[in-house]
Design a protein around this ligand. Sequence first.
Ligand SMILES: Cc1cc2nc3c(=O)[nH]c(=O)nc-3n(C[C@H](O)[C@H](O)[C@H](O)COP(=O)(O)O)c2cc1C
Length: 342
Amino acid sequence: MYPQLYDGVLVHTDPEAAHHAAMVAIALAGNTEPTRRALKASFGRLGTPVRNPRLLVFPRQIPGVLGLCAGMDKNAEAVLGMDALGFGFVEVGTVTALPQPGNPKPRVWRHPELRALRNQMGFNNEGAAVVGQRLRDLRRHPAGRAVVVGVNIGKSKVTPLADAAADYRASTREVARWADYLVVNVSSPNTPGLRELQRVEALRPILEAVRDEAGRVAGRDLPVFVKIAPDLDEEGIVEIAALVREEGLAGVCAVNTTIAHDLGPGGLSGGPLRERALEVVALVRRELGPKPVIIASGGIFMAEDGQALLDSGADLLQAYTAFVYEGPAWPGRVNRELSRRT
Ligand SMILES: Cc1cc2nc3c(=O)[nH]c(=O)nc-3n(C[C@H](O)[C@H](O)[C@H](O)COP(=O)(O)O)c2cc1C
């Protein structure tokens, strides 16, 4: 039903306005007890929780292998709603130390023929302090404490690259206590210079700052991941994987959106990412060895797409674009299908 509605009607609406309306509805439904329960009963019943010894790095059990990608719930407003719709975990953000408006609109475009989205959002968000408060409120209630929540952190646009580590540290201070894991995002194409931080010399001090600050604030080791671009070459991926091992980090999120296209400005997600995501995940697994966790995203539309990424070495999956095209019943359905396979 929803895909027909999408192709016939929603595809003619402004993508960011549609996104905003959907987020308000999901947040409202999730934050109201009776609708949250009703949603969970109709969409969010999952199979058996994920069993995978690598996932013991997380402080709690992950109920479903497919989670929500960063970028949709940037300000942590709809965590309960996303959980009720059947995502196994929810990654909020990207948050930055300073609140910022992002790039001028329009900044999201649909490419339905490719089952893709293209975006140039530029980390529009309310800032780490506001998001930290919101997560603290979420964790006050049993339903909010039960959700596995990751926080994805980026660099504030006005912060020079040379001061990036302090900027990531400042965000970590605000959110770490309420997070189950953190993701250091150095792979968005929409903040000038950000992806230069994928170079090992620049990345090492950022990862160390986030890991140390997270441990201090949370009073425990918090899993820290680094999110990489699909456009890195093999050498770049090999170096980051070596750094993750050396620093004893939890693992890698692969992949972010790609700039390898000629459709206009911004990063492309969805269908066109599928093959490259498989290659990158396989390469990252080869280089990381058996212990660290890989959270894979990029063009997952069907359980088979997710299974292929798991077979290539991923432990968890995330999606954004397919949720937009397939609708509210989609995450629970894919999670149930994947759980039947394991
Ligand atoms: C509109 C939009 C906004 C995004 N914003 C973020 C973001 O803020 N931080 C981030 O790490 N990734 C962001 N992403 C990338 C996704 O998290 C994901 O890595 C990518 O879209 C691949 O997954 P998919 O093919 O399922 O969409 C965004 C993607 C889209 C489509």
